[in-house]
Design a protein around this ligand. Structure first.
Ligand code: ASP
Ligand code: MG
Length: 406
């Protein structure tokens, strides 16, 4: 018996039949003696369609109205779910974001949750209701409806779980957990039974699209264990939790491949104080996030400066690099879009030596040239040519002992 938050994503509530199946699943948990709070996404495709319609009216729709519009997707599913549960003979009530007292800042379309006054949710639980909360939405201090950014229902679920001190937060989705790598790239990818918050944050930022990244930061901050699992079967999924809760100590837990970056090199910039700030301040002012930065010093008093940005920022970043490059006397600006960033990720790296060496020698054995390297405490990333990305992922997956046992 416990207090359980269950979040169901868009595919899981994609039509009435699926809503009925999800309702049965909720009831099963409830009938086992648990209190259940359900958080729902909009039906699959609905949010996309709403955005499309708004964009047919204007390229830049007013964000306040955008939020009023987008919040309707979740309003639909929570009402239908509450009706479905009631029709099956259970006490259930839907709550929109503001009714669940989900207070956010006023950053429309990307609001952050500031507080959840969980009183109403708790009241309903005390009356043995199944509470069905609309994901992805809240309201700001003026009472405007806000939304939390794409995929934001995950964050609603974790935040609600933290606010009501739930025993567990289950995220039901159309995949059955977090994998060691993308199974479409590597058929030997295997489902992880556990992964730490920090590993998941690195995996998410590097392209695994299972959880909204902000929900993981939230879960880490409030130490809410998340169980990611499929809504289409009964199998256990993956627990995302604090690294100190009995994790298996693998050197490496996952391998990611990010083809969404491009590389820019300024050749022979003066090796002097202030040069980096001359380049990166205008880039930051343009709202461009830089990922890797590498500087090679030569003996002649100049250096090559290389950095990567996401492809969507590439054009703007090149323009800035060319303009600033001229000002500071760089000889040339080189660019490459056909790159891939391959990363090995694992908290176990903190205690195992030689992970980087193993990564480099594995790539060397496949004759893959490494263009850039960057590391964090639990991640090593190499930028390579894009055409070798899949080969690199598979080779590293085997080298680090992640292959599924046949
Ligand atoms: N419906 C929103 C979206 O599609 C929020 C969510 O599903 O988490 O992004
Ligand atoms: Mg989602």
């Amino acid at each position: 018996m416990g207090l359980i938050v269950q979040k169901y994503g868009g595919t899981s509530v994609g039509d009435l039949n699926r809503i009925r199946n999800v309702a049965k699943r909720i009831i099963k948990t409830y009938d086992q003696g648990n209190d259940v709070v359900v958080v729902l996404s909009a039906m699959a495709g609905v949010t996309d369609n709403l955005i499309k319609m708004a964009q047919e009216i204007s390229d830049l729709p007013i964000e306040r109205e955008m939020d009023v519009l987008l919040a309707t997707g979740e309003q639909t599913t929570v009402a239908l779910m509450a009706m479905m549960l009631q029709s099956m003979g259970y006490k259930a009530q839907s709550l929109l974001g503001y009714q669940a007292e989900i207070l956010t800042d006023n950053a429309a379309t990307k609001a952050r949750i500031q507080n959840i006054g969980a009183a109403r949710i708790k009241d309903l639980i005390a009356q043995k209701h199944i509470v069905v909360v609309a994901g992805f939405q809240g309201s700001d201090h003026q009472g405007n409806i806000t939304t939390l950014g794409r995929g934001g229902s995950d964050t609603t679920a974790v935040a609600v779980a933290a606010a009501i001190k739930a025993d567990s937060c289950e995220i039901y989705t159309d995949v059955d957990g977090i994998y060691t790598t993308d199974p479409r790239i590597c058929e030997k990818a295997r489902k992880l039974s556990r992964i730490s918050y920090d590993e998941m944050l690195e995996m998410a930022s590097l392209g695994a699209k299972v959880l909204q990244i902000r929900s993981v930061s939230f879960a880490k901050k409030f130490n809410v264990p998340i169980h990611v699992r499929s809504s289409f079967n009964e199998e256990e999924g993956t627990m995302v939790l604090d690294e100190n809760t009995g994790m298996e100590r693998l050197e490496v837990s996952g391998i990611t491949c990010d083809k969404n970056e491009a590389r820019i090199t300024l050749k022979r910039v003066p090796d002097q104080p202030g040069i980096s700030s001359k380049i990166f301040c205008p880039i930051a002012d343009a709202g461009i996030v830089v990922d890797m930065i590498i500087q090679n010093t030569r003996t002649g008093g100049d250096t090559d400066l290389t950095f990567t940005v996401t492809k969507s920022d590439f054009k703007a970043a090149v323009e800035i690099a060319e303009r600033v490059g001229k000002e500071i006397g760089a000889t040339e600006v080189l660019t490459a879009e056909d790159i891939a960033k391959i990363s090995v990720i694992g908290v176990g790296m903190k205690n195992h030596s030689g992970v980087a060496a193993k990564m480099f020698s594995t790539l060397a054995q496949e004759n893959i040239n490494i263009r850039l390297i960057s590391t964090s405490e639990i991640r090593i990333s190499c930028v390579i040519e894009k055409k070798y990305a899949e080969l690199a992922v598979r080779a590293l997956h085997t080298a680090f002992g992640l292959d599924k046992k046949e």
